[in-house]
Design a protein around this ligand. Sequence first.
Ligand code: TXA
Ligand code: MG
Length: 330
Amino acid sequence: MTTSDQIKAAADHLAKGGITAFPTETVYGLGADATNESAIARVFELKGRPATNPLIVHVSGPEMAKACVLKWTDSAADAASAFWPGPLTLVLNKSKLIPDNATGGTQTVAVRMPDNEMTLALIEMLDRPIVGPSANPSGYVSPTRAEHVQRDFGNDEVLVLDGGPCRAGIESTVLDLTGDTPRILRRGVIGAEDLEPVLGTVLLSDHAESGRGDEPVHSPGLLGPHYRPNVPLVIVKDAFDISKTIADAGGPVALICPPGQRIRLDQPHHSIEMPGLAKGYARELYAALREADGVGAKQIIAVLPLGRDSEIWDAVRERLHRAADRSDQT
Ligand code: TXA
Ligand code: MG
């Protein structure tokens, strides 16, 4: 099948209420027609996602976004013209086009135009927006390759559109535009320093900062487990100081390590060397967590990358801390 045949088949599947996983520049999404209530309900069911956690609605451009929201504000128009297509999700008050179950019962909707030709063609062919949470079981590591999605959801029901590895590798920045001042609800590739020249002051919610803020939760999906491998993950600051962690593991470990920390672990341990630059690290992060999860280790150890002055490093560390967080387990 040619690529355009595949896109056509995927659009037909969505039009009939089916589920299609689609590539984006960030991670793969688990897609359904964003105007079809029962297809949306199936996405929640397949992921095991709490019904209160709203989905992102993917659009082919600002025109389609306008139909999803009550008011396309000046800030939304400015942000879209500066960053779309791209990894920036805008939260606005929602229109009636989007069923309440897509937005977890809230009257706001998160919209984004992904930077991926296949998926933009898919949305255009369907001629409707598509909901798309990351295509992983709720709480588990996000997918950055079609194989990741196949492993978790590959069956006759879910069609997987293969767009190769995702370029950015971590999810979009979620920006709330419903208040007086724009507020980042989830960190991503695009940071406050990128947004401020376009939008003026931008706030960072406590949850985006630490994952454990005590302010009211603006983005319900930021609570609970996230990005978490099945094998427990610990984060260490220094690769040279892991012998105790390895001894404590009581079995083989999988080590995720930045380059240049000359630590060699022999069989039965497993080492994954990460790229040194922020973009490369982010691109490989979820594939590394999934690889580490699949080698029969008792413990995954990630050496915290120390890169500074980059939104991407902050977003990477936030993902790693959440992946290691087992505070909800006893
Ligand atoms: O990069 C991405 O954003 C990927 C790709 C597939 O587009 N999608 C993604 O979706 O990460 P998901 O469902 O895994 O994460 C969406 C996040 C959640 O934290 C959710 O709570 C938040 O966006 N969100 C969605 N709608 C919202 C709304 N109306 N208000 C506040 N937060 C919202
Ligand atoms: Mg997700």
